[in-house]
Design a protein. Structure first.
Length: 285
């Protein structure tokens, strides 16, 4: 069993453990499930769409925030708790589905990616109070635009060819590690990291599937680490989490199967569209 499969299995085991707890909590307190004002069928439809798009790099945090706000499911302190609780189980399936075969990304690249993100997050947690999040979002938006320009130029110069690497070595690996520390640092402030990570990895020459694998592992680490607090406090809409655990997980598995079978050029174009949407959102806000 490869390192990638072990890491993917660890994500899945944690996700299933959280899922079992959420299911037990809902069964033990049916009145809390019934208290939700939303219709379960409607939530299942939305969560299916959200986590299908998530497998292509679209931010499930952003989409769930919009959904929760539109349906008035949560506000204030309970808003981030709902977002985290909803993403834990389908996020675990996404990470496992991309990593289980061991062929989507090189083991050394994956391990250093996770370690550097963790280091950056630890450093950022200490410095977050003295920094301007709005300025960082503008800087991040500009960096993504520059990366998109470099990526498009590269595709044109190579007659549409996209990256084929599954791992990085030498100077590219060092560059990725430095970027990862910075990404983990600013991600603590709520600045979206997936679009910038995708852009950087594609520019370094990783294949679209390999870039997505690392990006979506990034999206699973944070919910897992914050899940204990969320589960203990119980500040989440039960129907939202139930819809994410069922319909969202099904969509996650289906989306990964589609993504890994897509033509690399088409997947690259889809990722560029995702990055452009993220830039507009960053600069607009």
């Amino acid at each position: 069993m490869g390192v990638q499969t072990v890491i993917g299995s660890a994500f899945l085991a944690c996700g299933l453990a959280y899922g079992a707890f959420f299911a037990w909590e809902m069964k033990s307190h049916p009145e809390k499930l019934a208290a939700s004002t939303a219709k379960l069928g409607t939530l299942c439809a939305f969560e299916f769409a959200i986590y299908f798009l998530c497998t292509l790099g679209v931010s499930d945090f952003l989409l769930n925030t919009l959904l929760i706000g539109r349906l008035k499911l949560a506000e204030g302190k309970s808003l981030p708790a709902n977002i985290l609780a909803a993403t834990i189980v389908p996020g675990a399936f996404i990470a496992f589905s991309y990593l289980k075969g061991g062929s989507t990304v090189d083991a050394l690249t994956l391990v250093l990616w996770m370690l550097c993100l963790t280091l950056g997050g630890a450093l950022g947690g200490r410095a977050v109070s003295g920094m301007d999040a709005k300025l960082l979002k503008r800087i991040m938006g500009a960096a993504i635009i520059a990366s998109m320009g470099a990526l498009i130029f590269r595709m044109i110069a190579s007659s549409g060819a996209v990256g084929t690497l599954t791992g990085l070595r030498g100077g590219k690996l060092v560059a990725m590690c430095v970027f990862c520390v910075a990404l983990g640092f600013i991600n603590v402030m709520g600045v979206p990291g997936k679009p910038a990570a995708t852009a950087m990895l594609l520019v370094l020459g990783l294949s679209p599937v390999s870039a997505l694998t690392l990006t979506l592992v990034l999206g699973s680490i944070i919910p897992m680490s914050g899940g204990v607090r969320v589960a203990r406090e119980g500040l989440y809409d039960r129907k939202l989490v139930l819809a994410a655990m069922t319909a969202g997980s099904a969509a996650a598995i289906l989306g990964v199967l589609m993504a890994v079978s897509l033509d690399p050029l088409l997947l690259n174009i889809l990722l560029l569209a995702v990055m452009l949407t993220a830039v507009i959102s960053l600069l607009k806000n």
